[in-house]
Every structure is written in C-alpha cells, then in structure tokens.
Design a protein around this ligand. Sequence first.
Ligand code: S3P
Length: 433
Amino acid sequence: MTDEFVVQPGGPLRGTLRVPGDKSISHRALICNSLAAGEAEVSGLLDSADCRSTMACLQQWGVEFEQSDDRIVVRSPGQDGFRPSERVLDCGNSGTSIRLLSGVAAGLPFRSRFDGDESLRSRPMRRVLDPLAQMGVRVDAAATAPFWVDGSAVTLRGFDGELPVASAQVKSCILFAALRADEPSRIVEPGPSRDHTERMLAAMGAQVDVDGATIRVHPGAPLQPQDVEVPGDISAASYWMIAAAMTPGSELSLPNIGVNPRRTGVIDALQAMGARIELSNPREVSGEPVADVHVSGAQLHGVRLDDQLIVRAVDEIPTLAVAAAQAQGVTEIRDAAELRVKESDRIGATAALLRSMGVEVEEWPDGMRIVGGQLRGASVDSQGDHRIAMSAAVAALASTPESGPTTIRRAEAVDISYPGFWRDLDRLRHVGV
Ligand code: S3P
C-alpha cells in the first residue's frame, strides 16, 4: 500500500489490457446468490475492498464463501435461513453494500445495524430509508449511517410510485424489499440507472418485469442459485479508454468489457468528443452484453454532457472532465448534482484537481464548465476517493512533458474498486501489454 504515487507524463498507450471484474455485477452476484438457498459459482469476481465489505456483511448473516483465485463459491441457507448479526454490519466505503443490503434487511425478521467509514457516514440514506418506511419497514430516524433497519413488521406492503432519485442503489434496495412483500410492487425510475439487479433476479426466477421506466415485482417465486461470469468493468476500463482516446497515436485493446447500454454513456460521450472507439465480438454472458473495445487516439473537442447521459456515465464524469481539459474548446457538464454525494463531492474534487493542474474551470451546483487547454503536472489529493485518484492519474499521463510529474496523495484509495490500478498503469506506460 502506498500513500503517494508519482506519475510521469506519458505518450500514446499501446497494447492489450484485461481489466478486473465489474464492481456492480460482483456485488449483485454475491447478494442475489445469498438470497437463494444452495450453491453457485461466481467467476471473474472483483476482489476489491468494496466487494469484501459486501461479503463480510453476508457472512455475518450466515452465508459462506469459498474463494480460489478469481472464483468464488457462494453457499447460502437462503434468505429465510439468515441469522441476526450481533455485530454492526460495516460497509466500509461502499454505498452499494449499505444501500442494497438495507433492502435485504427489510425482509429479515430482526433488526440489522449498518455503519461505514467517514465518507459513507456523510452520504444520504433517507433515499432508501423513506421508501422502505413507506412499505411498512421499521427504520431508524437517522439521515446517515450508522442506522438500523428492522424487518420484523407483521406485513411488508408493496412499493407503488416513483423513486426519489435515478439511482441503481436505491432501486435495487427497493427491489430486494419488494421480493419479500405481501403484495406486488410498481417501481418507476426517474432515469435509466444500471439494471444489473433486474437482469440477475429475473434470471434466477424472480418475477421482475420491466416496461420502459416501470418495474413490476410479483413476490413469492423462489430464487434459484445462478452461476455468474462477471465481465470486465467498463468503469475500470474507462481510465485507459479515456487516456488512450485523448492521446493521438494510441492503439489500445480492452477485451471482455461489460457494455450494458445503461453503462456505456462514457463511450457515447467520448465519441461525441471525436474519439475513435470500436466495439467488436458482441456477445451475451450471464445475461449481460459484453464486447471487446478498441480505442485509437485522436484530438478531442469540447461537448455538452447532460440529462440521461449523466446517469449512464455517472462514475465516469470526473475522468471525462479530464478529457475535456485537454480537448479543443469548451465542455459543459449539467444535471450532475448527484456527483456531489458520491464517495467525495466529485464536482468539487474534479474542479480542484483540474485547477491545480492549470485548467480553467467554473463550478456550478449541478456541474461545471471546462475550458480545454493544457494539463500541467502538480501535487494533487485524491480526497480519499478511488475515482478521483484514478482520474488524477489519467490527467498526469496527459500533462505536458516539460511540466514535470504529478504526485497523487492518498493514492491507495484505488483499492476500493481497482487494486491493480498502479501496476496496470506501470505496465501500460513502460512496455505496452
Ligand atoms: C452503483 C450505482 C451507481 C454508481 C455506483 C455503483 C451500483 O450509483 O455510482 O458506483 O452498483 O448500484 P447510483 O445509485 O447513483 O446509480
């Protein structure tokens, strides 16, 4: 583990790189298979701090995991066999763990207590606790972690209405609770957030029907364990995709990437900026679209990023802002207020990162305006946020050679979603892979 990582400005990226498994699908493969009684094997699982948080909580409820390399067997008594945990369920830095598992806890006949690290403790939780309360679940009055969820109420009503935010974590929480309700649910999404939970639950036998923005859940169908092959994470791939796309001369192949249409906003945004990206060998793996991605470097230009594209690229906006900093012209990012309540305030953190590297940025409550120019090496802070640390590395690679290296403080934050990130960066820069 390192606290500081120094990144020299780099040239074009060439080669082939396999990125780790998708974080969102890894969480869901662990959780959904824990709800089913029996055994399933998950391959390609992301072994990162966030996924370990989910595993530790599920173990406290009585689920067993047997891990070898990147395969893991999930052995569960099923949700009906879960036992109360004496200890608090510590979700660490992981919003996905705390919000999805709150929905599971809503269907358990005892009280579960949740907590997390300093960052997670500052993130909004009423967005899950309020809809759960509407369903009849007893919940803590707290707005943030630590909080408890008690599913021992006599009846769990269905949910009927629109969710408070376009968030896959909120939606998934309500889906897990809806599976245990006494009546059907109708969940309306305000925006196209990632749908991995709907896909996986339906494949396991749950009655989850999607019609546009409306999801209908009919509880009662038993869940069957399902082996899952986790594809490469498009969010992890996005750092290399963006670094290559913005550097003329790059030729980079990223095989086996999950290209669920609700996750490909980063590709659409880059293409709108003039990037050359090709998808080949499209296929479906464990119910998810997968393809090989090839990126050729080009001079990018400024663009406006807003509306549904933000939801479909929610974790990639800071890195797209780095691309904008080196593009020709101005980029405007709007409708992105959700970024302020991620692992850090990612609008503030991105604006600070770019400014310290010499870029002109105007910050708005829901986005920013970036004037394209030259990035310069600097000393920057990840703010303890994995995606800011990795975005800083992309900015460092693209900075002018004469401006010198960039020192990234709290660089170990990458372990949250991409433990091999610094090693992969080294491999790509020095040898090509
Ligand atoms: C995630 C959903 C996204 C994303 C997060 C992972 C998930 O958040 O930012 O990194 O796995 O459900 P939203 O809840 O805002 O969609």
